[in-house]
Design a protein around this ligand. Structure first.
Ligand code: PEP
Ligand code: MG
Length: 590
C-alpha cells in the first residue's frame, strides 16, 4: 500500500504507532416483518430476554472498565444500563409488537428512530453526541435478539493496534481498551465531545477524529502512526517517516514529563506571592489525570454529564456515589461541585424547558431549578451527604440577582439542617457569569463564601456575543477592557470581605491571560488538567509586582487589541523571556 498522510482534528494528545485494525459497522438494515397473533407473546418474551442479556453483558463490561486506569469510566456504560432498565422502553417496544404484530427488531427500530429524531433536533453538539450511546445500547439489543452477543473485537492481542473506524460507540471503545493494546484511534467522523473521545483522553490514548472517508480495503494489519497532538494520521509510513515520528514521540514524552515536573514547584510567583491552579473536570475519572498534572484541587466539577442520556434524572444515591468518590479521591484537597447548568447551549431532553426564542437569556441553570426544586434538592441532598465525608464547595451557576441567591442558600441550609450536616462541612459559592453579578459584587459578597468567575459566559453576556457562533467570534475578546474592568471590580469588592475569588473560564488556561488575571489580583485559577503545568510554569517565572503593573496599564485602555499589545510589550520589557521560555500551549481538540 502507498503511504498516505491524512489530516483531522487532534482529539486526544500523544503519538502512537501500531498495526491497523479496522472496526466495521454492523449492518443497519432492518425490515418490517409481521408475525401471527399466536406468536406475539413469544416475541415479547424474546425481546425481554434480549434486554436482560444485554444488561448482564453491559454490567460485566462496566466492571471490566472500572479496573485500573479507567476507574469510573464505567459511568458511560452505566447510562446504557439505565436506558435498558427503563420499564418504559420495554413497555413501548412490547406494545408495538402487540399492536402491529411485528418482530421485535422492527419495533426496536421504530423506537430508535424516535430517539434519533428527538436528539437530532438539539442544537448542542454534545447532546447530539448522545445518539451514539443510544445506538450502542440498541445495537447490543439487536445482537442479542438474534442470539449472538455484541461483537467482540478480534484484534491481535499482543500487537499495539491503531483502531480505525467510521465512528466508535462508547461500549465498543470500552471493549477495545479492556481487551487489547490500543496505541491510537482514528475516526472518520466523531465529535470532540463524544464519549469515545472522552474515554480516549481519560485513558491517554492518542486520537485523531474527522479525517473524512477513507478506503478501508487492504488497510488491516498495515502500519500506521497517529499524532493526536497535531491531528495527523500516516498510513503505511516509510522508514524515514517512522524515524521522524519516533523522535516526535520522544519529544512529546519529554515535554509531558517536563510539564509534570512543574507539579513539584511551589505555587508562588518569583516574588513569593501564592496562587492556586486547579482542574475543571466533567467526569469523575479525570481526577487521577488532574492530580498527575499538578491540580491542587478540583475547581469545577461540571455535573451536566450525570444527567445526560438518561430516561430520568439521577437518583440521590447515584449522585451521592459520584460525590462521595470525588471527596475520597481528593483526600482533603479543595473540591468545587457545580449544580447542574442546564439551558442555554446545554439543552437536555430530560428537562421540560420547551422551545425558547433566546435560550441564552432564558430558563437557564438556577432559574430552571428554582422552578423544578425537586431535581435541585435531590442533587443538593446528595452533595450534603457526601460533604459529611469531606468538605464540598457547592457552586451555583448563572446567578443574576440577590433574591435568587438567597433562595438557593435557604434551600441548602434547610436541607443541611435536616441532614445534620454542619456549616463547616460545606461552602456556598456562586458563578460570576453575567455582568449583574460582577456589578453587584459588593452585595453578593456578603452572602457567599466564594465566587467563581466563568469568563466563557461572562464575555458572552458582557459583549453580547454568542460564545458558539463562529460569525461573531472576532468580537469574542477576553481582553476587551469591559471584561477586564468587571474582573477588577469583582476582586475589589470580594477580597476585602474575605470572599475567595476563583476563575474557571478558558481565560485561566491561556498563559498570557493567566498572567493578566494574577495581575488583576485573581490568585485561584481553574482549567482543563492539561493546561495546568503550562500556566503554573508561566506564573512561577513571573513577578506579581510586574503583573500588577501590566494589569494596571491594561485597565486604562480602550480596545482589546490595545490591551493585548500593551500586555505583550510590557511583559517583554519587564520580564524578558517569560513568554518565550515556555513551550507552546497545548490546546486539546484544536
Ligand atoms: C464559564 O462560563 O466560564 C464556565 C466555566 O462555565 P461553562 O463553560 O460550563 O458554561
Ligand atoms: Mg458558564
Amino acid at each position: 500500500m502507498k503511504s498516505e498522510k491524512r489530516k483531522g482534528f487532534a482529539a486526544s494528545p500523544g503519538i502512537g504507532f501500531g498495526s491497523v485494525f479496522v472496526h466495521r459497522l454492523a449492518s443497519d438494515f432492518i425490515f418490517r416483518e409481521t408475525i401471527p397473533t399466536v406468536a406475539v407473546p413469544g416475541e415479547v418474551q424474546r425481546f425481554r430476554e434480549a434486554v436482560q442479556r444485554s444488561i448482564h453483558e453491559l454490567t460485566l463490561l462496566k466492571e471490566g472498565m472500572e479496573k485500573g486506569k479507567g476507574k469510573g469510566a464505567g459511568l458511560i456504560i452505566e447510562s446504557q444500563i439505565l436506558l435498558l432498565q427503563d420499564e418504559e422502553l420495554v413497555r413501548t417496544v412490547s406494545q408495538t409488537i402487540e399492536e402491529e404484530k411485528v418482530r421485535a427488531e422492527w419495533a426496536l427500530h421504530l423506537l430508535r428512530r424516535r430517539y434519533r429524531d428527538l436528539f437530532q433536533e438539539m442544537d448542542n453538539e454534545y447532546i447530539r453526541g448522545r445518539i451514539a450511546d443510544i445506538n450502542d445500547a440498541f445495537n447490543r439489543l439487536l445482537g442479542n435478539l438474534n442470539g449472538h452477543s455484541h461483537p467482540c473485537p478480534e484484534a491481535p492481542p499482543s500487537l499495539p493496534i491503531i483502531l480505525v473506524a467510521d465512528d466508535l460507540l462508547p461500549s465498543e471503545m470500552g471493549l477495545f481498551i479492556t481487551s487489547c493494546r490500543v496505541a491510537g484511534i482514528v475516526l472518520m467522523k466523531g465529535g470532540s465531545h463524544s464519549h469515545a473521545v472522552i474515554l480516549a483522553r481519560a485513558f491517554e490514548i492518542p486520537a485523531v477524529i474527522g479525517i473524512g472517508p477513507i478506503s478501508m480495503e487492504n488497510l488491516d494489519n498495515t502500519d500506521a502512526i497517529v499524532d493526536g497532538t497535531v491531528g495527523e494520521v500516516i498510513f503505511t509510513p516509510s522508514l524515514k517517516v517512522k524515524r521522524e515520528y519516533g523522535n516526535r514521540k520522544e519529544q512529546f514524552s519529554r515535554y509531558i514529563e517536563s510539564l509534570k515536573a512543574v507539579r513539584l514547584l511551589p505555587s508562588r510567583t518569583k516574588d513569593g506571592v501564592p496562587f492556586k491552579t486547579s482542574a475543571n473536570i466533567e467526569l469523575p475519572e479525570e481526577v487521577e489525570m488532574a492530580l498527575s498534572y499538578g491540580a491542587e484541587g478540583i475547581g469545577l466539577f461540571r455535573t451536566e454529564f450525570l444527567y445526560l442520556f438518561r430516561p430520568t434524572p439521577p437518583t440521590e444515591e447515584e449522585h451521592y456515589k459520584v460525590y462521595s468518590r470525588l471527596v475520597s479521591e481528593m483526600a482533603g484537597r479543595p473540591l468545587v461541585v457545580r449544580t447542574l447548568d442546564v439551558g442555554g447551549e446545554k439543552q437536555g431532553s430530560l428537562f421540560a424547558i420547551g422551545r425558547e426564542d433566546n435560550p441564552a437569556l432564558g430558563l437557564r441553570a438556577v432559574r430552571y431549578f428554582l422552578k423544578e426544586r425537586e431535581i435541585l434538592e435531590v442533587q443538593l441532598k446528595a452533595l450534603l451527604r457526601a460533604a459529611r465525608e469531606g468538605k464540598i464547595k457547592i457552586l451555583f451557576p448563572m446567578v443574576t440577582e440577590l433574591e435568587e441567591l438567597r433562595e438557593l442558600k435557604e434551600i441548602v441550609e434547610t436541607l443541611a439542617r435536616k441532614e445534620g450536616v454542619g456549616r463547616e462541612m460545606y461552602d456556598v459559592g456562586m458563578m460570576v457569569e453575567v455582568p449583574s453579578a460582577a456589578l453587584l459584587m459588593d452585595q453578593f459578597s456578603k452572602e457567599v463564601d466564594f465566587v467563581s468567575v466563568g469568563t466563557n459566559d461572562l464575555i458572552q453576556y458582557t459583549l453580547a456575543v454568542d460564545r458558539a457562533n463562529s460569525q461573531v467570534q472576532h468580537l469574542y475578546q477576553p481582553f476587551n477592557p469591559a471584561v477586564l474592568r468587571l474582573l477588577a471590580m469583582v476582586v475589589k469588592e470580594a477580597e476585602p470581605r474575605g470572599v475567595e475569588v476563583q476563575l474557571c473560564g478558558e481565560m485561566a488556561a491561556n498563559p498570557l491571560s493567566a498572567l493578566v488575571l494574577v495581575g488583576l489580583g485573581i490568585r485561584s485559577l481553574s482549567m482543563s488538567p492539561l493546561s495546568i503545568p503550562l500556566v503554573k510554569g508561566t506564573l512561577t517565572s513571573a513577578r506579581s509586582s510586574h503583573l500588577r503593573a501590566v494589569a494596571k496599564e491594561a485597565l486604562k485602555l480602550g480596545t482589546a487589541s490595545e490591551v493585548r499589545e500593551s500586555v505583550v510589550e510590557n511583559l517583554m520589557r519587564r520580564c524578558p523571556g517569560l513568554l518565550l521560555k515556555n513551550p507552546k500551549p497545548y490546546k486539546p481538540g484544536s
